[in-house]
Design a protein around this ligand. Structure first.
Ligand SMILES: [Cu+2]
Length: 137
């Protein structure tokens, strides 16, 4: 009767710490103040008038969803970009409403919003503390 299950938990904590260490040196850009003296051009119609498809996007970075809460239209396609080195998923926590499956680090995936209006909590199946909420209207 030895409680050996405790060892497993310690091992996974070590893994998580190692993954965090791997992530740290990734951010090397920045560079402080860039001398952008250009005043924003007035009346720039930069955004294309049509092409609203695929505009909704979730980025995964530093083990978090960004944005973590978002509102989309029913059946809208959502692009998921994984900027971490670890794999992530976007998985509905209730009712299997949607699931991207595993998205490897540096890759992207898509899923389709449910056709029924409501609030859909989601999480990463690998990192359950990565959470968000998708609202369908
Ligand atoms: Cu994850």
């Amino acid at each position: 009767m030895s409680p050996s299950s405790h060892r497993r938990r310690t091992a996974s904590l070590l893994l998580a710490a190692a993954a965090t260490l791997l992530l740290v040196p990734a951010c090397s850009s920045g560079g402080g103040n860039s001398p952008s003296a250009t005043s924003s051009p007035a009346s720039s119609s930069a955004a294309s008038p049509s092409a609203s498809t695929g505009a909704v996007r979730i980025t995964m970075k530093n083990f978090a969803f960004n944005p973590s809460t978002l509102t989309v239209k029913a059946g809208e396609k959502i692009t998921v970009v994984n900027e971490d080195s670890a794999a992530h998923t976007v998985t509905a926590t209730e009712g299997k409403a949607f699931d991207t499956g595993s998205i490897p680090g540096g890759k992207s995936g898509t899923f389709t919003a449910p056709s029924k209006a409501g609030s859909y909590p989601f999480a990463c199946t690998f990192h359950p503390n990565m959470k968000g909420t998708l609202t369908v209207r």
